[in-house]
Design a protein around this ligand. Structure first.
Ligand SMILES: Cc1cc2nc3c(=O)[nH]c(=O)nc-3n(C[C@H](O)[C@H](O)[C@H](O)COP(=O)(O)OP(=O)(O)OC[C@H]3O[C@@H](n4cnc5c(N)ncnc54)[C@H](O)[C@@H]3O)c2cc1C
Length: 391
């Protein structure tokens, strides 16, 4: 018997299933299976309400310590919750950047005051977050950020530009990596700041994506302000905190999404059976291969959570595996649709679910660190190969 089937875990599963089924077949039927990758605009406000309902019932931040409103859920229980979430058709989470990225970072590096101030809003779904890392000349080379922050009295004053900032147009808060110690060496010159978005010094410009929607944005800081205490870790320690957050981003934060891939696979399989292409021997092979790889993706995700801290490179393997699987699944769905895949469902640019997923999933191997960067990490940290030349 695997530990996931222990009686206490079965009780947890029953509780999660009961709540999710009651909600998603009751008051929240309209958000079921909505808002996944490529559908980020769908029923957005309704999904914010869903976030609040989950928070009120204790189903957000389940891995957090009880002291901060969590359930201290074990890894088995987190897997169970996401399995049940996928089974019930839970919608794409609008609070994932807060819950999955900044909350664990504040828990690990933040002050008690920061935990008390910021965790409740994330848990209750009342404060959404965005990630202010990338800049026009700082993506893979993140340490090259040019956004600057200077201390004036009890405030940080921020100037600079971020780009590709997902959900900036919806978020109340942003975590910003900024250069605060201009004379310090690379990696010791940055700070991790928590910045309110709704203020005169912040301008948000949406970027239209391949899917025709605007999930991400350019964000301009022109004298934006944040209180001095809104720095996570000490000034100058921003790189360490930023890397800690990336470890969360490449670890537990995508577990739910990966478990949800099962639903996407089922849709692809059903489409192949529906249009008869599943009888084609080559397509049968491809579908079987995709299913095998999906099992490996899930195995990898759990192994990474269990052993990632002690096995360098595992998080990078996990990121490559799930991102590549999802991108390839998008292509497989297009192949199954044949010529129909190339026709819009309506004017001017109405995409089918498979089309928008296919287009959006091109980004999976880019955001959170590209496949090439993950391979560099594996080469250097797991295999001990010579470091590539750095600027
Ligand atoms: C959908 C989406 C959402 C995003 N959301 C956010 C967000 O919310 N917040 C945020 O801060 N950022 C976000 N990003 C940005 C993302 O993190 C960056 O796009 C990513 O880190 C790559 O940086 P870049 O785009 O500047 O590409 P570059 O770093 O310029 O890379 C260009 C190409 O060169 C390759 N390359 C670069 N350096 C190396 C190297 N040393 N070795 C080998 N190959 C290399 C890369 O792999 C890539 O193929 C998002 C991106 C996407 C696509």
């Amino acid at each position: 018997m695997s530990t996931i089937e222990l009686p206490e875990n079965e009780a947890f599963r029953a509780e999660a299933r009961e709540w999710l089924t009651a909600q998603l077949e009751g008051p929240f039927t309209h958000v079921r299976y909505r808002g996944g990758p490529g559908e980020e605009d769908e029923v957005f406000e309704e999904r914010v309400d869903w976030e609040k309902a989950m928070g009120a019932a204790g189903w957000t931040g389940i891995s957090w310590p009880k002291k901060y409103g969590g359930r201290a859920a074990t890894l088995d229980q987190q897997v169970i919750f996401y399995q049940e979430y996928a089974r019930a058709g839970g919608p794409g989470r609008v609070g994932h950047i807060g819950e999955g990225l900044v909350a664990p970072t504040i828990l690990a590096f933040g002050t008690e005051e920061q935990k008390q101030r910021f965790l409740p809003g994330i848990k209750n779904g009342t404060e959404l977050w965005c990630q202010g890392y990338s800049e026009p000349a700082a993506g893979s080379d993140l340490a090259n950020v040019q956004t600057r922050a200077r201390r004036e009295g009890n405030e940080w004053i921020i100037d600079g530009q971020k780009v590709w900032t997902s959900l900036a147009h919806k978020a109340g808060w942003c975590f910003v990596i900024a250069k605060t110690e201009p004379d310090a060496p690379r990696y010791r010159n940055l700070s991790f700041l928590l910045v309110e978005m709704d203020q005169p010094g912040v301008t948000i410009k949406p970027i239209i994506q391949l899917t025709g929607t605007s999930e991400f944005n350019e964000v301009f800081f022109d004298g934006a302000k944040t209180p001095a205490e809104n720095v996570v870790g000490a000034p100058g320690q921003g790189w360490k905190v930023a890397m800690g957050l990336l470890a969360f981003e490449r670890g537990a934060s995508t577990l739910g999404q990966q478990i949800g891939f099962e639903n996407e696979f089922k849709e692809i399989l059903a489409a192949a059976k529906d249009n008869g292409i599943a009888k084609d021997p080559v397509m049968r092979q491809k579908l079987a291969q995709a299913w095998i790889e999906l099992q490996l993706v899930r195995l990898n995700a759990v192994t990474n959570l269990e052993e990632g801290e002690t096995r360098p490179g595992l998080a990078a393997v996990n990121k490559i595996c799930w991102a590549t699987w999802h991108r390839d699944a998008g292509e497989l769905a297009m192949e199954i649709m044949g010529a129909d895949a190339e026709i819009c469902a309506g004017a001017p640019y109405a995409l089918t679910r498979f089309q928008s997923r296919f287009l959006f999933s091109r980004s999976d191997t880019i955001y959170g660190g590209t496949n090439e960067i993950q391979r560099n990490i594996i080469a250097e940290q797991a295999l001990g190969l010579p470091r590539e030349p750095r600027p």
